[in-house]
Design a protein around this ligand. Structure first.
Ligand SMILES: Nc1ncnc2c1ncn2[C@@H]1O[C@H](COP(=O)(O)OP(=O)(O)O)[C@@H](O)[C@H]1O
Ligand SMILES: [Mg+2]
Length: 243
């Protein structure tokens, strides 16, 4: 579904932020990008979501590339990042209408999608409230619902549980597990070990713009000979961080 091949990104001449990253994500798989702040997770995900071009390297989404098939790719991707904010004066209902029109979603389908996600996330009672009156958790759940309004086969979620309380966080991770079961290909970034451990089939540990290690939780623990995943992560980080 997603192939990333030797991708590099430099924002400036002096510094390379992504230094040759390659990986693949298949249908029904959750691929985790785990790394400290500044490792390059958001940069990488923005490039995969075609919001930004790599300096070099190739990204193939469902057999398509951004230079030829940008619109087709957009239809197939649901992208969530903290950097995109909902209009504070709008309401959940109006946002749903707006994005449904943007994606050309038929009325019947919109009705279904709205019903499903309002029920799952308990958005109903807040449907006509202004966004700026809602809690952080509710805003995040609305962002998630909207990012998946077109039922995309590929889901790219940048730190989806960041800043959420444990109950909201669980609603989000349960949803991601359901989407995986339904066969979506999912990339998520996080710096929360328990989220990576609970959800990801495969994890790439990103350190200073490089994949320092990759594998399942068990493989990463075995590779490092660490007692647990958290210790494995720190070992990999210390062994690979140079700057
Ligand atoms: N628009 C930008 N211009 C210049 N440097 C940037 C820009 N966005 C991110 N960076 C730098 O790239 C590096 C990686 O950032 P980012 O991808 O946000 O990492 P992460 O999401 O893992 O925290 C950081 O050093 C950051 O300062
Ligand atoms: Mg980030």
């Amino acid at each position: 579904m997603i192939r990333v091949m030797d991708v590099h990104k430099s924002y400036t001449k002096e510094k390379e932020t992504i230094k040759g990253v390659s990986f693949e994500v298949k249908k029904g798989e959750i691929f985790g990008l785990l790394g400290p702040n500044g490792a390059g997770k958001t940069t990488l995900m923005q490039m995969i979501a075609t919001l930004m071009k790599p300096t070099s390297g190739i990204i193939v989404i469902d057999g398509l590339t951004a230079d030829k098939d940008l619109l087709e790719i957009h239809k197939r991707i649901g992208f969530l990042t903290n950097e995109i904010k909902l209009d504070p004066m709008s309401t959940p209902n109006r946002l749903f209408d707006f994005f449904a029109e943007l994606y050309d979603i038929p009325k019947e389908q919109l009705y279904q999608r709205r019903k499903e996600s309002f029920e799952r996330f308990g958005i109903g009672p807040f449907a006509d409230k202004r966004i700026n009156e809602l809690s952080t958790g509710m805003k995040q759940k609305i962002s998630i619902a909207i990012s998946l309004i077109h039922n995309p086969p590929i889901i790219i979620f940048d730190e989806p549980t960041n800043g959420l309380d444990i109950l909201t966080s669980k609603q989000v991770t349960d949803y991601l597990m359901d989407l995986k079961e339904q066969g979506h290909a999912i990339i998520l970034s996080t710096h929360i070990f328990s989220v990576a451990e609970a959800l990801c089939d495969e994890i790439a540990i990103l350190v200073d713009g490089r994949i320092a290690a990759q594998g399942s939780v068990k493989e990463l623990v075995d590779q490092t000979g660490a007692e647990n995943f958290e210790k494995a992560f720190f070992k990999i980080y210390v062994d690979n961080h140079v700057e």
